[in-house]
Write a protein that binds this ligand. Structure first.
Ligand code: DOR
Ligand code: ZN
Ligand code: ZN
Length: 399
């Protein structure tokens, strides 16, 4: 698709931890000029009066379910939910069917992702596959499962874990409780980076605060910030995920970790399962999150729980930095034209029927939120403006 010249005027952009009134001119997928751009010609002009412009969100934790589980989700439907939620890039988790354990399956996943409306990258799964990991090209990292969860990829053998933690420069882990400390100890025997997915408890947050350094990072997921174990009682299987929902005290500890800089990213762990699967005798773990992440956070900004620049830091800048995703995460000249315009005053109810994920439900059904994305731009193209428009996302480049 040919990218057109796009001019966004009269908005306020979140830049350098401030709100800046400026025009943004994009061409051939890049941000070319930022400033007072009055009189500049473009194919499309968006008047962003009263709107705030953020860098498009980068979600480092998405289960897009391909290959093999397209009845739950696929790269197209995941990306439709993404653009409606202001997410312009996501990293796809490897617990697919089959899991991404070798370069051939990785290539298969690459071919399936061409229909993705947003930009994307891939993890490889850690198992007894170090030779394949070493051959893999342009991956986000190696994901290692240290607990039982969807896909059954848990690794126990300490010798193999040592090998896996040393196998690639970026290691992401599903680690709960004491496994957090064990992962940190293990990565310290290497020079690699550790990304701890979805920390959910006070104990884990305190461990992280103690151990944090320039190559140990952690993520929290929106369901752990906005729901508690009380909600699990109400939601039943639709409130079940790994790690599970926790107490109010745990949730408060996560918010404290956001405030004091212990938390590096907020990413969704978007893990869709069908309603039938969730209602079955053995419901699988996981909840969708791509479409509701930004509205939940903007609502929290309106309630003074965090600032807009903190949202940009945790959801845009830090993901790009941690995973060394080139040219993304900031509104800067030369960066990719991935942007989201938000209306901080728009109040709307989250509804199952509005969810674009193939699963068609959300644990936040009927929650009223103030602050919503209204226009999403991917690679200089308007891909969401209330309706979803076709686009070709690109595979990101990892440094
Ligand atoms: O709840 C979860 N669902 N946690 C995970 O770790 C995996 C995910 C899934 O793939 O469904
Ligand atoms: Zn996980
Ligand atoms: Zn996950």
């Amino acid at each position: 698709m040919e990218s057109m010249k796009l001019l966004i005027t009269n908005g306020q952009a979140v830049r350098n931890a401030k709100l800046e009134r400026c025009g943004i001119f994009c061409d051939r997928g890049k941000i070319l000029e930022i400033g007072d751009l009055k009189g500049k010609k473009a194919d499309k002009v968006i008047d962003a009066s009263g709107k705030i412009i953020l860098p498009g969100l980068i979600d480092c934790h998405v289960h897009a379910r391909e290959p093999g589980q397209a009845h739950k989700e696929d790269f197209l439907t995941a990306s439709q939910a993404a653009v409606a939620g202001g997410v312009t890039t996501f990293l796809a988790m490897p617990n697919t069917n089959p899991p991404i354990l070798d370069c051939e399956t990785l290539e298969e996943e690459r071919n399936l992702a061409v229909k993705c409306l947003v930009n994307y990258g891939f993890y490889m799964c850690g198992a007894d596959n170090v030779a394949e990991i070493r051959k893999a090209k342009n991956i986000a990292g190696v994901k290692i499962y240290l607990d039982i969860t969807t896909g059954d990829m848990k690794v126990d053998d300490p010798k193999l874990l040592d090998k896996l933690f040393a196998s690639y420069k970026r290691i992401a882990v599903h680690a709960e409780g004491s496994k957090v400390g064990e992962s940190i100890a293990r990565i310290k025997k290497t020079k690699n980076m550790l990304y701890l997915c979805h920390l959910s408890s006070k104990e884990e947050m305190e461990m992280m605060r103690k151990e944090k350094d320039h190559r140990i990072f952690c993520e929290v997921a929106p369901h752990h910030l906005f729901l508690t174990e009380e909600d699990e009682k109400r939601l039943g299987p639709f409130g079940r995920m790994k790690p599970s929902l926790k107490s109010k005290q745990d949730v408060e500890a996560l918010w404290k970790g956001i405030a004091d800089g212990t938390v590096d990213t907020i990413c969704t762990d978007h893990a869709p399962h069908t309603i039938e699967e969730k209602k079955s005798a053995a419901p699988p773990w996981g909840v969708p999150g791509l479409q509701t992440l930004l509205p939940l956070l903007l609502d929290a900004v309106n309630r003074r729980k965090l600032s807009l620049s903190k949202v940009a830091e945790l959801c845009c800048e830090n993901p790009a930095k941690i995973f060394k995703i080139q040219n993304k995460g900031k509104i800067e000249e030369g960066y990719d034209a991935d942007l989201v315009m938000v209306d901080m005053n728009l109040q709307k109810e989250v509804r199952n029927r509005d969810m674009l994920s193939k699963c068609g439900w959300t644990p936040f059904d009927r929650k009223v939120l103030k602050g919503w994305p209204v226009i999403t731009v991917v690679g200089g193209n308007v891909v969401y403006d209330g309706a979803v428009h076709d686009n070709r996302g690109k595979e990101v480049t990892f440094g």
